[in-house]
Design a protein around this ligand. Structure first.
Ligand SMILES: NC(=O)c1ccc[n+]([C@@H]2O[C@H](COP(=O)([O-])OP(=O)(O)OC[C@H]3O[C@@H](n4cnc5c(N)ncnc54)[C@H](OP(=O)(O)O)[C@@H]3O)[C@@H](O)[C@H]2O)c1
Length: 191
C-alpha cells in the first residue's frame, strides 16, 4: 500500500503560520523534505489549496520573476517543485470545492476516498497540509509518516499545527538531521 506522508514546517512552539496568515520565518517552500523521488501524488486541504495553486502557478509562468505573494524571486529548488507539481496529480480534500485551475487536480470528499487512494497502485503520496486536514487524517489513522522541519523560533501568536488533534499517538523517530540556519529535520513513523 502507498504511504501517506505528512510534512510541515513549524516553529518551536508548534505554529505553522503567524497571525497574518503566513509563516514569514520560512525562506522558501521547495521540497526540503526530499520527497520528490518517492511520490507521485499530493493531497491538500481546501483551506490551503487556493493559495498553493496561486503561488506555484505564478512560479510556473515566470520562473525568474519575484512572486507577488512574497516579493521574492523563486529559488532554484522552488522552480524544481513548481515543475514537478504541474505534472503531478493533486487531490483536494473538500466537501464544497468543485473546480480548480490545474487540470491534474481532482477532489476527495472524505476519509474513505483517502483510504481508496492509498490502495491504488503508485508511489507514495505527499500530504501537503494544511493544519486541520493533517490533524484530521492523523486522527483517522491514515497518515503513515510525519516529517517536520522545526525552525529556531518561538512564533508566539499564530496557527498551531496540532490544535485539531484529538487522539494520543506514539511516534517512532526514524531520522533526525540538523539543517542550515539552526533548523532541525525530523522524520517519524506513525503507528
Ligand atoms: N508551515 C507549513 O509547512 C504549512 C504547510 C501547509 C499549509 N500551511 C498553512 O496551512 C493553512 C491552511 O490550513 P487550514 O487548517 O486552515 O486548512 P486546510 O487543512 O488546508 O483545509 C481545511 C478544509 O479542508 C477540508 N477538509 C479537511 N478535512 C476534511 C475531511 N475529513 N473531509 C472533507 N473535507 C475536509 C474542509 O474544506 P470544505 O469546507 O471545503 O469541506 C476544511 O475546511 C494555510 O494558510 C497555509 O499557510 C502551512
Amino acid at each position: 500500500m502507498r504511504k501517506l506522508i505528512a510534512a510541515m514546517k513549524i516553529s518551536i512552539d508548534g505554529k505553522i503560520e503567524g497571525p497574518e496568515g503566513v509563516a514569514d520565518w520560512v525562506d522558501g517552500w521547495s521540497d526540503d523534505y526530499g520527497l520528490i523521488p518517492q511520490i507521485d501524488a499530493c493531497v491538500l486541504g481546501a483551506g490551503m489549496y487556493p493559495g498553493y495553486e496561486a503561488y506555484w502557478s505564478a512560479i510556473q509562468s515566470a520562473e525568474d520573476e519575484p512572486v507577488a505573494m512574497t516579493g521574492k524571486v523563486p529559488t532554484t529548488a522552488e522552480v524544481e517543485w513548481a515543475r514537478f507539481a504541474v505534472q503531478t496529480p493533486h487531490y483536494v480534500l473538500s466537501s464544497t470545492m468543485k473546480s480548480a485551475l490545474w487540470p491534474k487536480t481532482s477532489f476527495l470528499r472524505g476519509h474513505d476516498d483517502i483510504a481508496a487512494l492509498k490502495q491504488k497502485p503508485g508511489k507514495d503520496i505527499y500530504l501537503v497540509g494544511g493544519a486541520r486536514t493533517t490533524a484530521s487524517l492523523i486522527d483517522a489513522g491514515l497518515v503513515d509518516e510525519l516529517r517536520l522541519i522545526a525552525y529556531p523560533l518561538i512564533a508566539g501568536k499564530g496557527k498551531p499545527f496540532f490544535t485539531g488533534t484529538e487522539r494520543r499517538r506514539r511516534l517512532e523517530l526514524r531520522k533526525v538531521q540538523q539543517l542550515p540556519g539552526g533548523r532541525l529535520s525530523m522524520m517519524y513513523g506513525i503507528g
